[in-house]
Ligand binder design. Sequence first.
Ligand SMILES: [Zn+2]
Length: 307
Amino acid sequence: MSWFTKVKTPLEIIGGKKQVPAGIWTKCDGCKETVYSNDLERAFNICPNCGFHHRLSSAKRIELLIDEGTFVEFDADLVTKDPLKFKDSKKYKDRVAAAQKKTGMKDSVLSGTGLLFGRPVSIAAQEFGFMGGSMGTVAGEKLVRTIERGGENKTPVIIVSCSGGARMQEGILSLMQMAKTASALGELAEKKLPFISILTDPTSGGVTASYAMLGDIIIAEPDALICFAGPRVIEQTIKETLPPGFQRSEFLLEHGFLDMVIRREQLKETISSILDYMAPMDSVDIAKTSDAGNDAPLNTGEENNLE
Ligand SMILES: [Zn+2]
């Protein structure tokens, strides 16, 4: 089974005569050149020709960010109960079963703990291959547990988003995950532990509208689509042509939505340096003492405005 969606893309053969087995080559979405799938895979799906960032599976994401052999997965067996017994053209239950077979995962989040250059972190990555990385009750619960694990172990929390948003097949229960994850992050903030939010292509809908935009530091990969409603929906609604690069990382950075846009190969080093500033390695004790001695609630100012 392959973790990579792109390697399954049938090859477009230039000249069109020779039959090459599908999967050896991948057509780059950036430069439209064909590249060796192996080269792409080795480079964590960054095109060796043009640097385009193809989607990365949750497992490769963990491999990219976490020191080898240190990742411990948690909550791998959580499965949706299909609370609405939902059915559209297919039963939700069958869609889930197909996604499980395709990805080898029980739901759309891979979560656990590990070391990032020797520093313990609690981490979760969304799997786009599992129903578009959509967030239902299981994904929400796994993300909350990831955040709470950070709180319990006094470690930073990192979440890598890659999602089409809430899982429609779980209706309102999906939307409730927005409040649930946001609330868990509020508790993490009270413990003065950092949350680094990594936004990858695509980050949208209820994910953008909740935890993904609540990072103490929000980092996006280049050219990632980050939005609530997609550009097509907006264009149809307002009946105007959108500016070039609209809702892409660089555009959002320019407009103050992001803290930085970082290339995939520099992500681990960047997160590590940020954490060195935000939570020096000996800060476990500092966090404990400051929590114990400070009963005053965090004043964000925003809350006051709402009241
Ligand atoms: Zn390319």
